[in-house]
Design a binder for this molecule. Structure first.
Ligand SMILES: *Cc1c(COP(=O)(O)O)cnc(C)c1O
Length: 228
């Protein structure tokens, strides 16, 4: 694994780049939450990042999230779920994750609403959009995003607060991010649901995402190094 002093150094570099990108876009760096994506990294990597000041961690496999959250959950550390969520794992993930980035069906929304009511807690989520229509990625079609936001607004206990995307990997990330922001603006106007959060941007393109309005960036390798 990448050793802890390297993680601290890389984290500092990414934070500085986040702040620069925010200022270049005329935004307050405090508007942007840096999520360190620690999938397939050992627990020690999360501990090192927390020690260096990182407070938001993203995991894309339910079992891995649950294992890590059970082993390391100091005050102030927030786990985010950023992978495909099965109904079987929904309850446990909803308990551990402060935000589920990958809501992509009304069926899952209904399930999360039931869980929220049973557990007497609010479950917060983002609607994932599959901008490139890629079969390997989750998410609803862009044209279906507003309808899902509208339908979930009626479900007690579940609160949708924005959109998330993993756009196709190509040489024009900024166009994809702009499209997601515009889709968010349209969906908010159409449904009357405030959608302040935009989860977009990864190690190679978080600066472009920030330029287009990202509030949550999900950065793995640039902080933790290569995965196994
Ligand atoms: C792995 C992953 C990331 C981080 O990717 P990097 O390229 O390592 O920064 C971000 N978002 C999701 C949904 C991921 O699965």
């Amino acid at each position: 694994m990448t050793d802890s002093s390297e993680i601290a150094e890389w984290l500092a570099r990414v934070r500085a780049a986040v702040a620069t990108a925010a200022r270049d876009a005329g935004r307050d760096p405090a508007e942007i939450t840096l999520i360190g994506v620690s999938k397939r990294q050992p627990l020690a990597a999360i501990e090192a990042a927390f020690e260096a000041g990182l407070r938001d961690i993203g995991e894309n496999h339910a079992d891995e999230l649950l294992e890590k959250a059970a082993a390391f959950a100091p005050d102030g550390l927030r786990y985010h779920f950023i992978g495909r969520l099965s109904s079987r794992r929904a309850r446990k993930v909803a308990r551990q994750a402060m935000l589920i980035h990958t809501l992509d069906s009304l069926r899952l929304a209904r399930k999360l609403s039931l869980i929220a009511q049973e557990e007497r807690r609010e479950v917060r989520a983002l609607v994932q959009v599959n901008q490139g229509g890629e079969a390997t990625k989750g998410g609803v079609a862009p044209a279906a995003a507003a309808a899902l936001v509208h339908d979930t607004a009626a479900l007690p206990g579940l609160r949708v607060i924005g959109l998330m995307s993993i756009p196709p990997f190509d040489d024009r990330p900024r166009d994809w991010f702009r499209q997601l922001r515009e889709l968010r603006d349209a969906a908010a106007a159409e449904t009357g649901v405030a959608l302040p959060e935009l989860s977009m941007g990864m190690s190679h393109d978080f600066a472009e995402a920030i330029a287009e309005g990202a509030t949550l960036v999900r950065v793995g390798t640039a902080i933790f190094g290569a995965r196994d």
